[in-house]
Design a protein around this ligand. Structure first.
Ligand code: GUN
Length: 317
């Protein structure tokens, strides 16, 4: 069976490092500030934002939550973003996605000051990443690299396969792996012989959003599997395909009516050398890296006003 890569433990390490940096900044009279824009009442977004605000409190970052109604127009939301761009005490701006359909999401993300773009979604930061310049890197891909680094999994010279080509996860993860000297293949819905391509991987990143799609047949024995999926399974047949005979999951499925599963099927762990669990794998890293990005943005913006500390997660940036 595969080694389980404990995302909660790695995220806690990073949070402790970020908290130490925040304390150093406080000694210099600076408190990093993160503004989170949550439009409307998407239940999943509300849960994510609650986690982000709580994490800010834990590490000492000042957080501010703005909650405009889901009827907001593009120009109105644009004005909120521009006001946050102007405020000097705000170092990071996060616009929680998805936005309501009447809002032009691309226009809103383009309006965020790239220096405050802690999600790393602005085309300027995308360009910095692809040309290996210092900038803000999307949180989930940055978290994946931290898991690999802190678990001593070699990347340089390894075959990496990324399944999924989203702007938020697949593409930036592929870019980070290229920058770390892996040989990278990006797969998607039109890829021929997906299992065969995946079996070439020493590092297999699953970011497709399909419950349990990556079965043992996709995994080279001993490979590292990074599972980015967060899928809610509510149907009995689907549950049985994934968890038949798993008493613990059965119990929670019966009481809650659903269970959370990644893109990797549980039987992938029988073949892999190491694998991230769901929940408790990549998920916790996303928020930890948001904290790290907020401190990084504060340091980059405030330049020489800042004290320095050689942070583990900041070194490769
Ligand atoms: N919605 C789902 N994931 C994310 C993320 O990483 N950032 C933002 N802003 N919204 C999201």
């Amino acid at each position: 069976m595969a080694t389980i890569l404990d995302g909660n433990k790695i995220a806690a390490e990073i949070r402790a490092e970020v908290a130490a940096e925040v304390r150093d900044m406080a000694a210099a009279g600076i408190r990093p500030g993160l503004a989170v824009l949550l439009v409307g009442h998407n239940p999943a977004s509300e849960i994510y934002v609650r986690g982000k605000v709580k994490s800010c409190e834990e590490v000492g970052i000042c957080s501010e939550k703005l909650t405009p109604p889901d009827t907001i127009s593009t120009p109105e939301l644009l004005e909120l973003v521009l006001e946050l761009n102007r405020r000097d005490e705000i170092d990071g701006i996060l616009v929680q996605l998805p936005l309501p359909p009447q809002v032009d999401s691309k226009k809103i993300l383009m309006a965020v000051d790239p220096a405050k773009d802690v999600d790393g979604f602005h085309p300027v930061n995308v360009g910095f990443l692809s040309t290996q310049r210092p900038g803000l890197v999307p949180c989930t891909p940055a978290g994946i690299m931290e898991i690999l680094k802190r678990s001593n999994i070699p990347v340089a010279g390894q075959e990496a396969v990324v399944v999924g080509r989203s702007d938020i996860v697949g593409k930036p993860t592929a870019m980070l792996l290229i920058n770390a000297n892996a040989t990278v293949t990006v797969c998607h819905s039109k890829t021929r012989d997906l299992p065969g391509v995946c079996r070439r991987a020493d590092i297999l990143v699953a970011a497709i959003g399909r419950a349990g799609m990556i079965t043992r047949d996709f995994v080279k024995p001993g490979a590292t599997v990074i599972d980015v999926g967060m899928n809610k399974v509510t149907e009995r047949a689907e549950f049985d395909r994934l968890f038949a005979g798993n008493a613990k999951r059965e119990e929670s499925f019966r009481t809650k009516g659903s269970t959370l599963v990644g893109d990797a099927h549980p039987n992938a762990a029988e073949v892999a050398g190491a694998i991230t669990p769901v929940p408790g794998g990549v998920g916790p890293l996303t928020i930890a890296m948001l904290m790290a990005n907020t401190v990084k943005a504060a340091k980059m913006r405030r330049g020489s006003r800042m004290p320095t500390r050689p942070a583990e997660h900041a070194r490769s940036a």
